[in-house]
Design a protein around this ligand. Sequence first.
Ligand SMILES: [Zn+2]
Length: 394
Amino acid sequence: MALVSAPAGAGEAPRPLIAYAARIAGDGARTRIVIDFDRKPDFTLHYTADPNRIVIDVPETDFGFGEHDLAATGLFGEIRYGRMGEGASRIVMTAKKQARAVLAEVQSNGEGKGFRLVIDCELVTPEAYVAILNKQQWTGSEKVVGGKTDRPNRETVDKKPADGFVVAVDAGHGGIDAGAKGVSTRTEEKVITLEFARTLVERLNREKGIHAFLTRDKDEFISLSERVVIARQRGAQLFISLHADTLKQKDIRGATVYTISDKASDALAASLAERENLSDGIAGIEITDEPAEVTDILLDLTRRETQAFSIRMAETVLESFEGQIGLINNPLRHAGFRVLQAPDVPSVLLELGFLSNPRDEALLTDPEWREKVAERLAEAVGKYMESAGIARGG
Ligand SMILES: [Zn+2]
């Protein structure tokens, strides 16, 4: 079942909609969600399986209501909402069992009082849910979101040849996927990674012969594979993904550098990669299996070569951090991070520290510390270039 509301008619609004209030009520059989908007929200609704989710796409929206107003209740175990890309936002409701919307419509709050999106959901049998999934047209591609995720700006800008050694700086998470939350200040990981990435790009671009850019430059959701595509399109020769996750063990602190590997170096690395890889799922994008490319000998060779460079970069980062930036035990680890999967771009994922540790959290939110780490990373990139025999032509 795909429900589509009537077109707004007035054309695309330049400023985001404002969702100023929300409420949810219900039990394990029926649950109602109501979200108040300042203007009429066009929306589409679709379902995903494993996990069972109801995904509602709306135009770009500022969600202004409190976190608790739409806390998961009744049929739902988790509800997330946020920006998806240019002009699009999304609400993802993860059901504890199979649930479907029996009513989904926009109602007027009365003259000049905005509109409300009302979604009534009820429990359905697994068989009925399969029938709903089979009937819907949705393909699972993020391209459908608002029909606007072609990102023309990025495409055209990307073709511009860059000067020097090209570094993609990837701010982890974004938009609907907020990542981890700080243990004392509740600062979101997506905010920390973006601020950090901006500082790092600026610092790297002060270096002769280096051209750095951001995979995302605002609070928006970008899928893991899209991050890789953006990096490759813009000719990245190095990919650095920035994160600051949480751990159950609150006493663990310090930075870690990860490279990709089919087999995780340890349990901590495995669980982190698993969590990072959930990003696409959080946004309601169905994860398809990796294409089987292992038979391609050339590609395999490229991968191995790339892997060697990735490890070299990771080691160089640790050398530059040594004695200056706190590191965890065994700070060089590996696991199957999907964002590090470019076969031909050396890639590392840097966990700057852990938001589960109050002292790390204080550093992660400190602009001075950010500058210091960016400085060390700029040094590491320089050393990496030297060791890889890349000239600083400029
Ligand atoms: Zn993360």
